[in-house]
Design a protein around this ligand. Structure first.
Ligand SMILES: Nc1nc2c(c(=O)[nH]1)N[C@H]1C(S)=C(S)[C@@H](COP(=O)(O)OP(=O)(O)OC[C@H]3O[C@@H](n4cnc5c(N)ncnc54)[C@H](O)[C@@H]3O)O[C@H]1N2
Ligand code: MOO
Length: 392
């Protein structure tokens, strides 16, 4: 069995270079840019007022001053500046040339066209032209686009951008025991839950996910499923990965020419994970146990999908202090569902006593996956451990 680190490197190696497509920025949330956006204008395009108040000359303070015009957003003042005067001005409006300071109206007393100004601060309340970015500035964040990035692209007057095409993921659950949510399970049957989670995890990182019909435990049904996955960049199977008589994924994918990168790794949950390449597509065979499939998808499928969009994803484990002791670990790296609490320096963390990989309820209650390296010795309360956050 290979280590989680080696398996991660092999999975990321399955990614082909991204294919570019051009889209409108309104459609770009969560997408990954692959060519820089170039600002078409300078921002702000003119020296602009940061406050509602009066534009004036510092040399004329403390006044009194004569108000000789108004500059509001979208309506610049086009008069001639002169000493001893002020311009009524509003936030975002151009500061007329010849005036070097904006004072807030709260420190001004006005009578007719005359103003007296109270004590001013060091801040001149003017946003200088180009203080945000200049025409020609480039923007290429190496992460999926956030809402604030869309605002920046809009401000740069870049309406369309070049992004990585969404990877297409075909998700195939398999098992004679599985029926769809809402159906009435017969004897020995359960509801198929995992494919929804795996498709959701794929969409979370910008992929387009197609959920295939549930495959039955026959070679023929699995072959039909793989045929339906034609055209996908990644085929993800769920279940049938282990050693039971009905665990046929390794056999059928092998018959169909899957070049295996690895099968089985020293990880808990998730030991029977397999990965490889089937023709033009990458393939991940996830274990069937619900928690195992979700943990494997978070650890391997999501980074692979980000790599397919040209990113170099890395899990960034965080540190916490144990609030409950842990027994020695076995020969697999263990991702334990755990609860986080506030702590004086680092957060506190405690693993649930039951780590049954079929219990989705415990996954919903967990805040984090506590990472225990293989053969980790017993740990005491207060020791520092690593974890991956689960929600958000
Ligand atoms: N003799 C051994 N038995 C098992 C081993 C082993 O090494 N030797 N490994 C265990 C481990 S670890 C895991 S994980 C499971 C995974 O096995 P499979 O990938 O073959 O999964 P299945 O047997 O098909 O299913 C396991 C479990 O999960 C349920 N399941 C499957 N698909 C879904 C779905 N889409 N939605 C909800 N639940 C699903 C299935 O009904 C089973 O209960 O093997 C151990 N056994
Ligand atoms: O992936 Mo298995 O859950 O190690 O039970």
């Amino acid at each position: 069995m290979i280590t989680v680190d080696d398996a991660t490197a092999l999975v990321l190696g399955l990614a082909r270079p991204p294919v570019a497509e051009e889209i409108a920025i309104g459609e770009a949330l969560g997408r990954v840019m692959i060519a820089p956006a170039v600002a078409r204008l300078t921002q702000p395009p003119f020296d602009s007022a940061a406050m509602d108040g009066y534009a004036l000359r510092s040399a004329d303070l403390p006044g009194p001053l004569e108000v000789i015009g108004t500059s509001s957003a979208g309506h610049p003042w086009d008069g001639t500046p002169r000493p001893g005067t002020a311009i009524r001005i509003f936030t975002g409006a151009p500061v007329p040339a010849g005036y070097d300071r904006v004072v807030m109206q709260e420190i001004v007393t006005r009578e007719g066209d005359r103003i007296a100004v109270g004590p001013v601060t060091a801040n001149v309340n003017i946003r200088l032209r180009g203080n945000d970015f200049a025409e020609g500035a480039e923007f290429l964040p190496r992460r999926p686009l956030a809402p604030s990035d869309l605002a920046l692209l809009a401000a740069m007057n870049v309406p369309r951008i070049s992004v990585a095409r969404r990877p297409i993921v075909a998700v195939m659950a398999g098992g004679d025991e599985l029926v769809r949510p809402g159906e009435i399970p017969g004897p020995g049957q359960i509801i198929c839950s995992n494919d929804l989670a795996i498709a959701g995890l794929a969409r979370e990182v910008g992929a387009e996910a197609r959920i295939l019909p549930i495959a039955r435990d026959t070679e023929e049904s699995l072959r039909e499923g793989f045929a339906l996955a034609e055209g996908a960049d990644l085929v993800v199977t769920i279940g049938g990965a282990s050693v039971g008589d009905h665990d046929l994924i390794a056999k059928v994918s092998g018959d169909l020419g899957m070049e295996r990168a690895f099968y089985k790794l020293a990880m808990r949950p998730g030991k029977p994970l397999m990965a490889g390449r089937m023709g033009a597509a990458a393939m991940l065979g996830l274990p069937g146990n619900p928690v195992s499939s979700i943990v494997c998808a978070k650890l391997f499928m999501q980074p692979l999908l980000l790599a397919m969009q040209g990113l170099s994803p890395r899990h960034q484990p965080r540190r916490a202090r144990l609030t409950a002791a842990l027994p020695p670990e076995g020969d697999r790296q263990h991702y334990q569902r755990a609860r986080l609490t506030a702590g004086p320096d680092l957060p506190g963390i405690s693993a649930f006593a039951d780590q049954d990989s079929a219990r989705l309820g415990l996954l919903a209650e967990a805040d984090a996956l506590l990472i225990r390296p293989a053969h980790d010795p017993a740990r005491e309360i207060g020791e520092i451990v690593e974890y991956l956050p689960l929600h958000g």
